[in-house]
Design a binder for this molecule. Sequence first.
Ligand code: FAD
Length: 378
Amino acid sequence: MLDALIVGAGPSGSYLGHLLSEKGFNVKILEEHREVGRPVECTGLVSERVFKMAHSRSKVNSVSGANVFFPNGKSIHIAKGEKTIVMDRDQFDKDVAAMAISSGSDFSIHSKAIAAKVGEDAATVTYREDGEKKEIKASMVIGADGINSVVRKDLFSTRPGRIISCYQVDSAAELEDQDSVNVYVGSDSSSGFFGWATPSGKLTRIGVGSYHSPAYRYFLKINERFGKDKIVGINGGSIPVKYLKRTYGDRALLVGDAAGIVKPLSGGGIYTGMVSSVHAAKAIESAFDAENFSAKHLSAYQKAWKHELGRELWFDGMIHRLFGGISDRKFNALYDVLATPESIDIINGTGDIDYPSRVVISLFLKRPRLVSRMLFTR
Ligand SMILES: Cc1cc2nc3c(=O)[nH]c(=O)nc-3n(C[C@H](O)[C@H](O)[C@H](O)COP(=O)(O)OP(=O)(O)OC[C@H]3O[C@@H](n4cnc5c(N)ncnc54)[C@H](O)[C@@H]3O)c2cc1C
């Protein structure tokens, strides 16, 4: 019998496979698609921290700043010393999968999990490999199967609480400023989230996330700047921005998007997913040491990832909801406070892509006018 069966070969699943195989566990990873990394549903912006965890040759650019465009047509430029990496997400997923395989994980592509159950002695997953129905048993099953997780549906009977739907294209339109991401806020650009244009080597990734209504209509507006005839690829996807109340069960854990362990403010989930995998690997090792695969014993997993990320995700979620419904007038009033050297200094000093709430909290504390604008502008 396998020690651990991981469903899903995204960054969270493959990284967990790598960590467990390195510790000597007998691991298998199922991936539903014929090719790891495809289809791409990501902008590929990550911090250096991610590249410290994964050895990858997928970097295509790096940026040190952002131009934030407000409804009044004006923008502010923010920048920090540390670079944010823009990567080729397809290549990144393949590189992390290669890490898992070279550490000893067994890999099955074109293998779609269709059902999961947990018994006294084992977890059982039914899957289709190249169309053929198969069953496999393992001491532990881990759902790393993203937003529509089968493991979550069958073993946790729950769904992500809040979902951002996205529409994104690869465009041949070149951004003048190759060192900054463009961010678009306001009612023309999104409903409850934001739009973006990211310089990604020869291409620009232009996209929109939206909470309340379809992202496509906002995308059309943003893309007027760049041109329909420059689009060379369309992708999209959805982002779960509220983590589950329980991410562990008897013989089962959920990591990454399957558990909703994603930053609600930015929608970034690669770093947080991989961090959840670090804690999952430790919890699984402890379960084997204690020969105890009960939910009670595995609850240490949730305590550990929450200890590292919970505060950030909680603040992020709160700020995401606070900014989600604000009017254009309010955004423009915020612009007036933010477009000052003092505010820009605060943003540049505290900005961190993995901990985005820090900059908002610093601004609220050091620029009280921001609070009054939030409260008193309609
Ligand atoms: C448009 C868009 C832009 C984004 N941009 C960024 C960004 O710039 N930076 C960032 O950090 N995050 C970004 N994200 C979020 C990021 O893509 C996810 O948080 C991240 O992919 C989560 O990794 P994961 O391994 O948990 O899940 P996933 O990457 O979703 O991987 C799940 C894997 O499981 C497989 N799978 C699913 N179901 C089954 C099944 N039944 N059987 C077998 N295999 C299965 C899937 O094929 C997939 O390979 C973006 C998301 C979107 C939609």
